[in-house]
Design a protein around this ligand. Structure first.
Ligand code: UDP
Ligand code: MG
Length: 137
């Protein structure tokens, strides 16, 4: 099934000049980028985007990280792109994310309360629709 998903290059990926590397991977894989912009997300937007995490111990640090600079916001499209992009990202913890994945190749853990992952991807088709409407009005 052709799907769409929300892809974010988070502040650490932008600051460390990994936009091209990450977009290359998306295009090399064959997914289409059908919309793209760069924004510094607001706290209100992030509270909706990360609603499932509001109140968790790492949430204040995650908020601080995500508002620390611009993020690249993209809509990716392709057959089963939701799970395909999650597979390309690798697992949440960059220490255990497999080499070859974006999180495995381009990031690591630091002595910080939140994990500074370089990318985000929607975790289901339903979440993707919600997140795309949130970030692109
Ligand atoms: N996160 C964290 N500590 C945790 C879990 C999550 O710092 O114990 C951060 C991390 O940056 C992650 C984001 O919160 O990317 C969202 O967490 P989620 O469980 O949704 O992981 P993801 O969908 O990004 O793989
Ligand atoms: Mg998630």
């Amino acid at each position: 099934m052709t799907e769409q998903t929300l892809m974010l290059i988070k502040p650490d990926g932008v600051k460390r000049a990994m936009i091209g590397n990450i977009i290359n991977r998306v295009e090399n894989k064959g997914y289409r980028i059908i919309d793209m912009k760069m924004v510094v997300p607001t706290e209100q937007l992030l509270n909706k985007h990360y609603a499932e995490h509001v109140g968790k111990s790492f949430y204040p640090a995650l908020l601080e990280y995500m508002t620390s600079g611009p993020v690249v916001v993209m809509i990716g499209e392709g057959t089963n792109v939701v799970s395909g992009w999650r597979a390309m990202m690798g697992e949440t913890n960059p220490t255990s994310a497999m080499p070859g994945t974006i999180r495995g190749d381009l990031g690591r853990e630091w002595d910080e309360p939140a994990m500074m992952n370089v990318v985000h991807g929607s975790d289901s088709v339903t979440t993707a629709k919600y997140e795309i409407s949130l970030w692109f009005d």
